[in-house]
Design a protein. Structure first.
Length: 136
């Protein structure tokens, strides 16, 4: 039982670190990455019964999932500019009722999933923090 609890805590801390990296790297590069096969982007069902479409803040993170997770084998990495992603993709995901997966990792390709509106709110807060630091 303790092992399971520790594993769960470890999973949560890894997901939190991946989410933090997602925002930092996204703001720094202004690029975001998805994966697709035959023009389709995966949106697997989450444990809460809602579909989530995963995105990554670095090409290498997305490629690692393709290389190491069988369900993503054969897919290709797709690059989006942050402005296009925010203007076109995020509103579409909101409209379709999909969550956004942040830097999924590991052999199960898992991590934090959140609504598009929560992502926008978090991103804006992160940008505001960065601007406040620049002013100091």
């Amino acid at each position: 039982m303790t092992c399971g609890v520790n594993a769960k805590i470890m999973d949560v801390s890894v997901a939190a670190a991946q989410a933090d990296a997602f925002y930092r790297e996204l703001i720094a590069s202004e690029l975001v990455y998805g994966v697709r096969d035959d023009g389709r982007f995966p949106a697997p069902m989450t444990s809460s019964g809602v579909r989530a479409m995963p995105f990554w803040s670095k090409r290498s993170r997305a490629q690692r999932i393709i290389d190491n997770v069988e369900a993503y084998s054969g897919m290709t990495v797709v690059e989006f500019t942050l402005s296009d992603w925010l203007e076109k993709w995020v509103p579409g995901l909101e409209r379709d009722g999909l969550l956004i997966g942040l830097n999924w990792s590991g052999e199960g390709a898992v991590g934090y999933d959140l609504s598009p509106s929560d992502l926008l709110r978090n991103l804006e807060a992160r940008r505001g923090l960065g601007a406040a630091r620049d002013e100091d």
